[in-house]
Design a protein around this ligand. Structure first.
Ligand code: NAP
Length: 417
């Protein structure tokens, strides 16, 4: 593929797909988008940490060839005002695996969120957020070490489809008339109207990934989170379709919570994953009171949005929470926080969210040793209390370091490991 403003690094090879599996060479080209605001600082710091871990783990036998891609404000400079260049989407499809910093959603002018557009254009249907505690990270929980959950949030449908009609608009009046006169619906005059599509296709492909993750990682349970008691044909259907996937596609390795009690007296049999479901509001409470009971959550889009940030707050907040948006093969890893514009180019903020998203990326391409190294040294740096301002203000006697110094500390530990 010929690119206008993207240069594929020499010496790197593209990741490919064979028989539905990623084939990762020892010199893969991975894409990265710096992002806006604090994106430059956290990306440059993280690139150094990933490279140091890879060098240490594989002693030069493996090396990532990074390829800069453009989206957001930097793209507008390179592509003559275009914040969302088609070429970047093409490269993300072509390279298969990339990582991005946060992007500003320009205000006014009818811009859609670039993040939402990216998920929809590349059909990145699973948003994956591991929520895990690292010792020493400031947490409001009494036993934060019990939090070790991976959230699979459906990323493409639900109220995020943007099917909304403003109160007073001609479209709204037309739809309201249809709903009242032909469907017998009752609601206040002048209500804004929105549509919430949730499909079997969208639900099943998400749940399939969540259960497969539990199998791959040898985890005990998958919980379907929904609000089916109120929204029966969307949220309730999500729950029903989720159980269908469990039974029809993973019946050999899964049992439901009912079966656990009816057939096994509540004792989880070896080699079986328990599938259960919880109403979304109760799930928020359980996340705080009994997080140890949950390994994987599979949720519809809006519930997952709320739950991901609430869960992240238990283990240090969105400044540290990593994330990924994944389709069948294309994966875009990302910092989960925004651009924090007031800190732009101040070399101040916490790079952990992006850096740990990169660790997920290393795991995704099968470079587990490099990922493990970063996971191993991260708590050591936190234990030394050499942390960025956001953690320092929550700790006693911490030394505040800059973004790049925090990366230096991690690299020192990696090299000494
Ligand atoms: P934000 O950028 O996430 O920042 C909110 C606050 O969170 C910051 O002021 C800071 O708190 C803290 N924070 C965020 N990242 C941090 C980090 N790496 N280290 C330490 N603290 C961090 O949210 P926002 O101000 O609502 O949004 C700003 C822009 O980001 C908007 O244009 C929005 O559209 C965009 N956004 C993008 C994404 C994405 O690309 N995925 C996600 C969300 C928002 P203190 O002020 O307390 O220090």
């Amino acid at each position: 593929m010929n690119y206008q403003n993207i240069s594929l690094p020499e010496g790197g090879s593209k990741i490919t797909i064979e028989n539905d599996n990623l084939v990762v060479p020892d010199n893969p080209i991975l894409g990265y988008v710096e992002g806006d605001g604090i994106g430059h600082d956290i990306t440059q710091a993280s690139l150094r940490v990933w490279d140091a871990a890879i060098e240490k783990a594989y002693a030069g036998k493996r090396k990532v060839h990074w390829c800069e891609l453009f989206m957001g404000e930097k793209a507008a400079g390179v592509y003559d005002g275009d914040y969302f260049p088609a070429e970047t989407l093409d490269a993300m499809k072509d390279l298969l695996v990339s990582i991005k910093g946060p992007l500003t959603t320009p205000i006014g002018g009818g811009f859609r969120s670039l993040n939402v557009s990216l998920r929809q254009e590349l059909d990145l249907y699973a948003c994956i957020r591991p929520v895990k505690y690292f010792e020493g990270v400031p947490s409001p929980m009494i036993r934060p070490e019990e939090v070790d959950i991976v959230i699979f949030r459906e990323n493409t449908e639900d109220v995020y489809c943007g099917i909304e009609y403003e109160a007073g608009s001609a479209e709204n009046e037309k739809l309201a008339k249809f709903l009242r006169e032909e469907m017998g619906a009752e609601f206040f005059e002048g209500a804004g109207l929105g549509i919430k599509p949730i499909s079997a296709i969208g639900t099943k492909r998400l749940v399939r990934k969540a259960i497969q993750h539990a199998i791959d990682q040898n985890l005990a349970n998958v919980t379907f989170v929904h609000k089916g008691n109120i929204m029966k044909f969307t949220e309730g259907a999500f729950r029903n379709w989720a159980y269908e996937v469990g039974k029809e596609e993973f019946g050999e390795v899964t049992i439901t919570e009912d079966e656990l009690w009816d057939d096994y007296d509540g004792k989880q049999p070896e080699g079986k994953i328990v599938l259960k479901d919880r109403i979304a509001d109760i799930m928020f409470q359980l996340l705080q009171l009994r997080p140890a009971e949950f390994d994987v959550l599979a949720t519809s889009n809006l519930n997952g949005d709320y739950l991901s940030d609430a869960a992240a707050a238990e283990v240090g907040g969105i400044g540290i929470a990593p994330g990924a948006n994944i389709a069948d093969h294309i994966a875009v890893f990302e910092a989960t926080h925004g651009t924090a514009p007031k800190y732009t180019n101040q070399n101040k903020v916490n790079p952990s969210s992006l850096m740990l998203s990169g660790v997920m990326m290393l795991e995704y391409i099968g470079w587990q040793e490099a990922a493990d190294l970063i996971h191993a040294v991260y708590p050591q740096v936190i234990a030394d209390k050499t942390v960025t301002y956001d953690f320092a203000r929550l700790m006693d006697n911490a030394t505040t370091v800059s973004t790049s110094e925090f990366a230096d500390k991690l690299i020192e530990k990696i090299q000494a490991a």
